[in-house]
Structures are given as C-alpha cells and as structure tokens.
Design a binder for this molecule. Structure first.
Ligand code: ATP
Ligand code: MN
Length: 538
C-alpha cells in the first residue's frame, strides 16, 4: 500500500489565491483521522473506524450542480435542468470569495489521481477545509506512489469548502451550497455542503465529459468485477439498485463499485481507488465483505453510534443514505490494477417498487439500448407507516445527473461497443416481488446473487424456446428455471397471486416508460424504439 506518511514536501497555495494558510500536505489517513477527532468533527467506533456527520447535507444536491458555459462546453454540453449553465465571470468572482475564505485557515491538501489505466490518468489536487474530507479523497481517489508524488503536476483541482456559504443573489447560485465544474480552469468548486459524494461525483462528471469528447472512451456509472477465467461483468444502475452490493463478491475480484471507463483498447478500468457503500441495514451475514471493510481507515457517514461505540445500521434518524467510504484494498479479492477485459455480461439493475419487472430477464440489443436510455428505477417515498405510492424514476444512462453530454452520445457508444464485444445484457430487478411496495417484499439478496451467478457461470443460457417466456408487456425474455432460485420467484405475475392487479400495474409502468421516452423519440432510431414495452394501457 502506498501512502505518503513520510512525505516531507510542503507546498504553497498562493497561486490558488489561498494566502497564509497553514497547509497540511498529504497527511496520512491516520493523521487525518486524529485531526478530525481532535477537532470534534468525528468519533471513533469500537473498532476505531472514523465516524463523521456531514452536516446539513447527507446526500448530493443535483439542483445546485452547475457547469461553466465556455468555449469548451457551450456547444457540447446538453444544457437544461441537469446541466445548469454558470457564467464564467461569476465563477471567477465566487472562486475568489472561496479562496479568500480559506486564506489564513488550516487546510488539507492531497495529490491523487483518477483512472487506473496509465493512458487515461488524470492528476487531481484536492484542497479541503476539513481533515475528514481530505481523508475521503485519500480513500476514493487513486493514490500516487512516492516516486509519482515527487514530480506531481496537478491537472484538475477540487476546492472544497463546506463552511463557505454563497449568497445566491450576488453569486449566481440557487442557494448557499453549490458544486460547479469549470473545464477551462479545470476546477471543481464545492461550497456550502459537507457531503463527500459531491467530491467524487464532481470528478466523475468531469471525466464523463473529457473521456468521450477527447479520448474516445465510454464513461459508465457502473460497478465491475472479474471471474476466475478473467471474464468481466459490469453492473449499471441508479442509486440503491445494488451496484456496490452485487459487485462485491468473494468469488470474483472487484474492479470497482461505481465509476468506470470502457476504452477503445477493449478494456474496462476503474476511475477510483475506493468504494462508497450504503450501510442502511447492513448485516455481516448478508454482506460480509462490505461489513469487514468497515475498519480503521474507513469513514462512516451519518450513522448512529451507541455509548460503547457500536454502530446501529438500522438507525436512519439522520438519513436513509448512511454511507461508508474505504480504500479498495479493504476488500480482499480485488484486481490490481483496477481493470479488466471487455465485459462478457452486462447487468442493468433496477429497484422496481411496482413489482412488475421480472427478477431477471435477457434483453435484445434493441431492448438494451432502450433501457439504457430510459434508465429506470423507482423511489419509495419515505418510510412513514401506511401505504406509500412508489414513484417511477427515469435517469438516462443510469446516471443522468453526472452526464454532461446528451444521453444518446453515451447510448450510441455503448450500443456499438456491446455489438463489437458480443456481450449479453440482462435486466435485473433488485426491487419488489409479490406485489408493489407496501404489499410485496424486496427480493432476497441471496436470490439476486444466485441469478447473477447462474448467468456468470453459464447456467442461464436461454438457448431454446422452452427455456424462457417472453414477458407479455415488456417483451423481455424471462427464464423459466434458475439454479438456487425457487421457480415461482422467476415470474413476477405468479408471485402476485392476482393476475388482474399484476397486469394493471404492468400497464401503468409501461405507460410511464412511454411518457418518459417521448423526449428521446426524435433522436432514437427505429431499432432503439423497438426495444420498448410491447403493450400499453389504453
Ligand atoms: P449508489 O450509486 O448510491 O452507490 P448502489 O447501486 O451502489 O448505489 P448499493 O449500495 O449496492 O447501491 O445499495 C443496494 C442496497 O439494497 C443495499 O443496502 C442492499 O443491502 C439492499 N438490497 C436489498 N435487497 C437487495 C437485492 N436483492 N439486490 C441488491 N441489493 C439489495
Ligand atoms: Mn454504490
């Protein structure tokens, strides 16, 4: 493990406009943890894991994410509610205020990089107001060796000042918090929020522009792992659908849990050096690898800890989005470096709270393109007692908030790559079975894992007509049998015990798909449009 405990290099931040700061350069995670505890910004759990509270924000704030509109971005970015333009002069003014705010303060600086593949490496300097945010950067970005640090030239800079509050009227933001990308200055400017996810997703968003535009590489919001035969699998999905959970598998080596690139050299590589797992209801029994990764070096966020230092993973009193970040080497079975060959199987994960989609089904190339552009999952509104209507949630490319270009750009690249690589694409519903949210239950993790293993071990080929059933509304191929999974679980209609109610809900969902797809209709080829549901309600 490379860390720079011994680093004696000091740096000045004057050129960034940060004056007379006390600069803590490249502190070790141990040092940063001690600082956080000394400052009263964190506590240590019974096994010495740092636990912090991220403050007002316990999740990202997509409405406060901006991109500076300049010569590089103006004709390339898909502007709108997702990619909100920000004026370049306003950026300069706000930047000046932020660096002024950081001046005279004690700050934490870390040199790191993104992209585990040598050819795509992006050097990043992270400047943090808080030590624990800097430790997050240690966990999540890739860690340069001592040699690499000696003549390190940062390309992008993250300036992270959670304590700085913008004045919306004057600064041009929506409210006091903001995350702004500037591709000319190569800066991610984050203020007013301590949520660490903004740091990693800031660089992710930058790469999602840089890689396809300048490097002919497809960036993907997915996890990835590799089997014993060197076969790569990738898992796309929106938040909470299971990317981290399902890619962390003792029998397959982990490439990464969230952000990857698929290159023209037919490789898949991780952008990051760590994982950021949800810990709500985490159990040692069901997710032993993630549970085991929560040790000294990891950072727990917004969890509740009792007097003995034990974490109550069921307690969501601060947020449902409790998290832990850890360097990837906290997982035993990992790929080094974090890359693999062309994927053999691609899984689209969706947590369908309507309970309509089969727990696993195979997609044709048309269906794969259609579902990728649609990016469906569902949100369950809160956890209050009583019946709550689930909300469909469509997010193009399974990650629209991080995709600066038009979704069809990514979809076209993916379709071509899938064709060239001859991959199989599977739709996996990690959500509800036996009825919608409130009636049915979430499908057992052990069944989802068994279905994925069956695919990866070649036991779910669907070569013969008798092996599968074509779903009458969505047109996807639903296997009739799967090792380790009770047969009735494979058919969502059967699990409902009420055909009429099932079809009513299925039509409701297919209509939602159709409404959402309208915005892409004029861009989509006949082939892609054919991949949509076969039937709709009248
Ligand atoms: P993010 O993009 O926010 O990191 P993610 O896709 O990585 O999200 P996970 O962190 O893997 O999502 O979250 C999936 C959650 O759902 C976990 O808390 C996991 O325990 C739970 N879960 C319950 N049942 C299943 C299932 N059948 N398959 C996958 N996950 C399940
Ligand atoms: Mn994840």
């Amino acid at each position: 493990m490379v860390n720079s405990d011994q680093s004696t290099k000091t740096i000045s931040l004057e050129k960034y406009g940060i004056k007379n700061a006390k600069v803590n350069y490249q502190l070790s995670p141990e040092q940063l943890q001690s600082r956080a505890v000394e400052n009263g910004q964190g506590v240590e759990t019974a096994n010495n894991t740092l636990a912090v509270n991220t403050g007002e924000f316990t999740g990202r704030s997509p409405q406060d994410r901006f991109i500076v509109k300049d010569d590089i971005t103006k004709d390339r970015v898909w502007w709108g509610d997702i990619n909100i333009p920000f004026d370049s002069d306003k950026f300069q003014k706000l930047y000046d205020k932020v660096v002024d705010y950081l001046s005279e303060k004690e700050v934490y600086v870390r040199d790191s990089y993104a992209c585990a593949d040598e050819h795509y490496k992006l050097n990043i300097r992270v400047i943090n107001e808080y030590p624990w945010s800097n430790m997050f950067a240690y966990n999540m970005f890739l860690r340069p060796t001592e040699d690499e640090l000696r003549d390190f030239t940062p390309e992008w800079t993250v300036v992270n000042a959670p304590g700085f509050m913008a004045d919306a009227e004057i600064d041009g933001t929506r409210q006091h918090n903001f995350a702004i990308l500037d591709f000319t200055r190569k800066i991610a400017l984050i203020g007013g929020t301590g949520y660490t996810g903004e740091i990693k997703k800031g660089i992710f968003s930058a790469l999602n522009f840089i890689l396809p535009v300048f490097k002919d590489t497809l960036p993907m919001h997915c996890s990835a792992n590799v089997g014993k035969d060197g076969d790569t699998a990738i898992f796309f999905g929106l938040s909470g659908t299971g990317k981290t959970t399902l890619s962390t598998d003792a029998n397959r080596s982990l490439i990464g849990d969230d952000e990857h690139g698929w290159t023209k050299e037919n490789t898949v590589f991780n952008f990051e050096g760590g994982c950021y797992a949800k810990v709500i209801n985490l159990s040692q029994e069901q997710e032993p690898e993630i549970y085991g990764a929560i040790k000294k070096g990891a950072i727990l966020e917004n969890v509740i800890i009792d007097d003995n230092g034990h974490v109550d993973f069921a307690d969501t009193s601060i947020t449902q989005n409790t998290r832990v970040s850890y360097p990837i080497y906290h997982i035993e079975n990992i790929r080094q470096p974090s890359s693999g060959k062309n994927p053999k199987h691609i899984f689209f994960l969706t947590a369908d709270a309507f309970g309509v989609l089969p727990p696993i089904s195979k997609l044709t190339p048309s269906q794969a393109a259609y579902h990728f552009i649609s990016g469906y999952t569902a949100k369950v509104a809160g956890t209050e007692a009583g019946v709550v209507e689930p909300q469909p949630s469509f997010s193009a490319c399974f990650g629209a908030p991080f995709m600066p270009l038009h979704p069809t750009k990514y979809a076209e690249m993916l379709s071509k790559k899938m064709k060239d690589a001859g991959v199989n694409v599977w739709l996996v519903n990690t959500g509800w079975t036996g009825g919608p949210y409130g009636v049915g239950t979430r499908i057992k993790l052990k069944y989802t894992r068994a279905m994925i293993n069956a695919v990866l071990n070649g036991h779910l080929g669907l070569y013969n007509y008798e092996d599968y059933h074509i779903h009458s509304v969505f047109g996807v191929a639903q296997p009739r049998r799967c090792p380790g999974v009770p047969t009735e679980v494979l058919s969502p209609r059967t699990t409902w015990n009420d055909d009429e109610a099932y079809y009513k809900m299925a039509f409701k969902l297919s209509n939602e798909f159709r409404n959402n797809f309208k915005q892409f209709e004029s861009y989509a080829s006949e082939e892609i449009r054919r991949g949509g549901p076969q039937r709709y309600a009248f």
